[in-house]
Design a protein around this ligand. Structure first.
Ligand code: ZN
Length: 148
């Protein structure tokens, strides 16, 4: 399994150096700021929701490789999805990252499984979930969230 984690690390670093949807969405319908004081990760998330579907998504901010890679992968996985599906992905992701050894819902998670190894590093879990909590805050009309 050592090869697998090398591959995971490679994907993570690739997302960190070339984050997807790293942009401001000018006509966003929802935005929120997220902050993880434990690590100093900061993210602004932009969502454009049209007819219950994530029509466009972008993020900006600064943080560690895990927070950036997780945000990048999140934007990829939720773009074009219905809000119901996004909630499903969020729950599957949250379970994966907080329940080591739990069953991973590959159908729902796809490439996000790459981040499953993070659950072995408790101090980094908040880095990985920051973008997700920020998305939830944005969708529920809150403009700010911290991971504490
Ligand atoms: Zn971090």
């Amino acid at each position: 399994m050592a090869g697998l984690s090398d591959l995971y690390q490679e994907i993570l670093l690739e997302h960190n150096s070339k984050p997807r949807n790293f942009k401001k969405v000018d006509d966003a319908s929802q935005t929120a700021d997220g902050y993880n004081p434990l690590c100093g990760d900061q993210i602004t998330l932009y969502l454009k929701v049209v007819d219950g579907v994530i029509d466009d998504v972008g993020f900006q901010g600064s943080g560690c490789a895990i927070s950036r890679a997780s945000a990048s992968m999140m934007t990829q996985s939720i773009k074009g999805q219905s809000l119901e599906k996004v909630q499903e992905i969020f729950e599957a992701f949250h379970y994966m990252i907080t329940e080591p050894g739990g069953e991973i819902d590959l159908d729902t998670l796809g490439d996000l499984e790459t981040l499953s190894g993070i659950n072995e590093f408790p101090t980094r879990i908040k880095c990985a979930v920051l973008a997700w909590h920020t998305m939830n805050a944005a969708l529920s009309g809150e403009s700010e969230v911290t991971t504490e």
